[in-house]
Ligand binder design. Sequence first.
Ligand code: HEM
Ligand code: HEM
Length: 258
Amino acid sequence: MANRDNTASLSEADELARARATMFDVVQEKTDAQEMQVAVFVYEAPLRIWHWFNAAMIVVLCVTGYFIGLAPRTVAGEASDNYIMGYIRFVHFAAGQGLCYAFLGRIIFAFTGNHFARELFYIPFWRKDYWDNVWAMVKWYSFSASNARRFVGHNALARIGMFFMYLIPSIYAMLSGLSLYSEGLGMDHWLSVGLGQPFINLHGGSLLVHALHRFTMWIIISFVMVHIYVAVREEIMGPQSMISTMVSGWRMFKGKQG
Ligand code: HEM
Ligand code: HEM
């Protein structure tokens, strides 16, 4: 059985996967094994470290952001003795900065890393086989296909979710968050002049920026819920490893191709 590749373009890793799959065919004929198992190195260390750090920052930002928008009940005593909102906001801003710096690093790695480090940043709209793969995955996730397609990098449908439900909202969250933060730094601060004021003026005031900043949180939470469900489901039911791939970088293939 050949390893059918469905990623955006044929990279060295894909070629390697094919070669190994062919090698396995030979072994399989000899052993008459029911399952195919091939390993391909996909995600390099900077991408994996970014993923888990980014995930941790998103969790912290959602929890603290939720309480900034819907503050906890008043606590007895002097506000300065408790300083609860102060700590919540401090953690939010610190995690926000962490998210921004990590994202800058992730952009640099998109240029310096392998083919799979760039998949997050674009969708190959112009490729017919890409949409064929998207449709195949829609059928697989809606339980109307018995076998899933194999992907060395992200699966075709996941790329749509990652792009529209994570990448774009997270960029908006960073721009709007930094703009709101710049309000406290003063009108003449470089962050206010360079980003905050133009960004807030574009929205006609900071009220809408607060509202949309908050709204992006719910888009990202929706993405994370589906993302984790799919990652766990694919790890168990899909024809390739998932969560372990984001830990070790290696993709293992098994079972039948859809
Ligand atoms: C706040 C939480 C999370 C966010 C925002 C998030 C976001 C992302 C993003 C943006 C990618 C694409 C990586 C890239 O191309 O650079 C990705 C991939 C991935 N994530 Fe997460 N993630 C989160 C949590 C998790 C968790 C908890 C798991 C495991 C259960 C997980 C499993 C994976 C896997 C397996 C991939 C690779 C999928 C593939 O190979 O096609 N993620 N995630
Ligand atoms: C995905 C990432 C983020 C999420 C989910 C998130 C979530 C939230 C939420 C829900 C609020 C409350 C909105 C309101 O009702 O006013 C908020 C406020 C805020 N966030 Fe974020 N945020 C994120 C990233 C950032 C970043 C990167 C920064 C930049 C440092 C930032 C800075 C702020 C500021 C300054 C406020 C207003 C605080 C206040 O008015 O007391 N956020 N955030």
